[in-house]
Design a protein around this ligand. Structure first.
Ligand code: SAH
Length: 343
């Protein structure tokens, strides 16, 4: 494309270094390009894909959520979370989501469209730029981790997500040079796509949103379970672990009196015992109008205790960004008219 624009092909690598290595798409910052070529090259090859519609921050500025508007008006969210030892970018892979999980704000709004690889990468580049510029408290920094836990089902947008993972993890100038091990792809459990991902020979971490150890409940909490059952989803997760050597993360949103029973903890523990897996418990972040809420502290403690008794490693996710609608489509939902009841 660069040659087609009448420029020597090596300018492609210069542009890539600006974008992936210096996080800029601004012609005026590309001083190694001839002045007359900067603007046409930047405009043609690095068009602005996302426009910040709203920015919210909390935790003293170390959690920062952005609502983006795409060129065609779709809304997506990303969140930057800075911790003492790392910076995680949570990115969206789709505008909306077609998986219809009833506790998830994005799931309730339905799917608008897939994001392109470039729209996914642009969310991370934006965070990297803020960090490099020292705009996040804690001094200049880098994005160390990327989690596909924003809006959308990444494995339902497989090609774009895979292309994005390569751009994020290839070294500059081909990509941003983030370690594959620090990238997590989170899925509702699309079994054929998990198998395909396992065959890619990447070392990205797989997270499986289980939320229930039994098919009866999971059929309602994660409707795609009607197609691929708990046993099939877990079998594909263990294949992924065997193929990659990577520990699989089992995501489990604890919902009061719905999935937080002691017997379900025991069943989950027996399914995971001896496997290359750990459980990430997520206190439910209630969506507006939801009848569900987070588990009582005692139920959560007992759930953890029982999993540990089965020898299963457990972490409870911290609940950063709650006060800025940090979870899962809530900001985009608040920018839209409310969803009609009965969906
Ligand atoms: N579609 C992917 C990524 C989406 S969100 C997936 O399902 O894995 C990342 C995680 O947040 C998923 O485990 C999802 O089930 C969970 N989640 C969604 N809404 C939530 C809520 N209101 N409270 C807690 N966790 C939620």
């Amino acid at each position: 494309m660069v040659a087609g624009l009448g420029q020597p092909p090596f300018r492609a690598s210069q542009l890539s270094r600006h974008y992936f290595g210096r996080y800029t798409d601004r012609a005026e910052e590309m001083s190694d390009l001839p002045r007359a070529a900067r603007e046409p090259l930047a405009q043609a090859l690095l068009p602005r894909l996302l426009t910040a519609e709203r920015e919210l921050s909390c935790d003293g500025g170390t959690t920062r959520k952005t609502l983006w508007r795409t060129f065609d008006g779709a809304l997506v969210e990303s969140v930057l979370m800075r911790y003492p030892d790392r910076v995680t970018m949570c990115v969206s892979s789709q505008a909306g989501c077609g998986m219809a999980c009833p506790f998830c704000a994005t799931g309730q709004a339905g799917l608008t469209r897939n994001l392109s690889a470039a729209e996914i990468v642009a969310q991370v580049v934006a965070g990297a730029r803020l960090l490099a510029d020292g705009q996040i408290p804690g001094g200049p920094g880098r994005v160390s981790n990327v989690v596909f836990m924003g809006m959308g089902e990444p494995l339902a947008n497989y090609n774009a997500v895979l292309a994005a993972v390569r751009r994020l993890t290839d070294p500059v100038p081909e990509g941003m040079g983030i370690s594959q091990r620090s990238v997590t792809v989170s899925t509702v459990g699309l079994v054929p796509a998990i198998a395909r991902l396992a065959a890619e020979r990447l070392s990205v971490t797989l997270a499986v949103s289980l939320h229930a150890p039994d098919d009866e409940l999971r059929d309602t909490l994660v409707p795609v379970n009607r197609r691929w059952k708990v046993a099939e989803v877990l079998a594909s997760a263990w294949n992924y672990a065997a193929a990659t050597g990577r520990r699989v993360s089992i995501e489990y949103a604890l919902i009061r009196d719905i999935n937080d029973h002691a017997w379900r903890a025991d069943l989950l523990g027996s399914l995971l015992s001896g496997r290359l897996a750990h459980v990430n418990l997520i206190p439910l972040n209630p969506t507006p109008g939801s009848k569900w809420t987070a588990s009582r502290p005692a139920a959560q403690r007992e759930f953890v205790r029982r999993l540990e008794a089965h020898g299963v490693p457990v972490t409870v996710r911290d609940t950063r960004g709650r006060e800025i609608d940090g979870a899962c489509g809530q900001l985009a939902a608040s920018a839209r008219p409310p969803v009609p009841a009965g969906r």
